[in-house]
Design a protein around this ligand. Structure first.
Ligand code: 13P
Length: 252
């Protein structure tokens, strides 16, 4: 049996705690019989504590600080996130990199901190349209992966998300060939430093919705999705999870 695919919803700065917790309750009711997919919800920090989930449903934070505590106004540490019952932390999302100027060095510190706490990072990488058009995609992915993972000995607990910046929230998805190649490139880069890279999940993110999910989940090397917009809507998010479940069931 292969890897169990992951369908993760990154809510970004959306949903108040009550909305989030009732959404999660309804999703779990709708997907009671789900067996072959893990579903992750990533609410804003304020919603983390309110999520009541049982496997195969999990909670992720969208960011963290690398220090455990101290004078860091506005920040949240991984141990605080862990206290809320989350299992994952999204690190290096393109909005953090581009809007909040997060550097590879910060991302590396955050990844280490998540790992040392026993949580699992969902580590995001991806190129801008300018980088793709100037054929820099492989170079950018290599640089983000190597700098982000610098000094990290094992990535067993890491989930990688390939999110081309130009496909995020634009309605444009990368085509199947672009996704397959990027996922292969990521796996090759990781394989030069780590073992058992075949077991690592590499998710695709960028305008995934209930209409394209069936096609995208069958692209070689895609082990699930990181979804923004379509994860805010109960019908579309549950339908994507169902689609992935159905495709996976056929494989087994
Ligand atoms: P969209 O699915 O809205 O394109 O967002 C993708 C994303 O950024 C998930 O982290």
């Amino acid at each position: 049996m292969g890897k169990k695919p992951i369908v993760a919803g990154n809510w970004k700065m959306n949903k108040h705690p009550e909305e989030g917790s009732s959404f999660v309750d309804e999703m779990q009711d709708l997907l009671l019989d789900i067996k072959h997919v893990s579903v992750i919800f990533a609410p804003p920090f304020t919603g983390l504590f309110e999520m009541n989930v049982d496997p195969p449903f999990y909670v992720a934070a969208q960011n963290c600080h690398w220090e455990n505590s101290g004078a860091f106004t506005g920040e949240i540490s991984v141990s605080m996130i862990k206290d809320c019952g989350a299992k994952y932390v999204i690190i290096g999302h393109s909005e953090r990199r581009h809007i909040f100027q997060e550097s590879d060095d910060w991302i590396n510190k955050k990844l280490r901190s998540v790992q040392s706490s026993g949580l699992s990072p969902i580590f995001c990488v991806g190129e801008t349209i300018e980088q793709r058009e100037s054929e820099q995609t492989d170079k950018v992915l290599r640089s983000q992966l190597e700098k982000g993972l610098s000094g990290i000995n094992s990535i067993e607990d890491c989930v990688i998300a390939y999110e081309p910046v130009w496909a995020i929230g634009t309605g444009l998805t990368a085509n199947n060939k672009q996704i397959e190649l990027a996922h292969q490139t990521i796996r090759d880069i990781l394989s030069s430093n780590y073992k058992d890279v075949e077991d690592i999940h590499i998710l695709y993110g960028g305008s995934v919705n209930s209409s394209n999910a069936e096609d995208l989940i069958q692209v070689t090397g895609v082990d699930g999705f990181l979804i923004g917009g379509a994860s805010l809507d109960l019908k579309s998010f549950s339908s994507i999870a169902r689609t992935v479940e159905m495709v996976q069931e056929k494989k087994i």
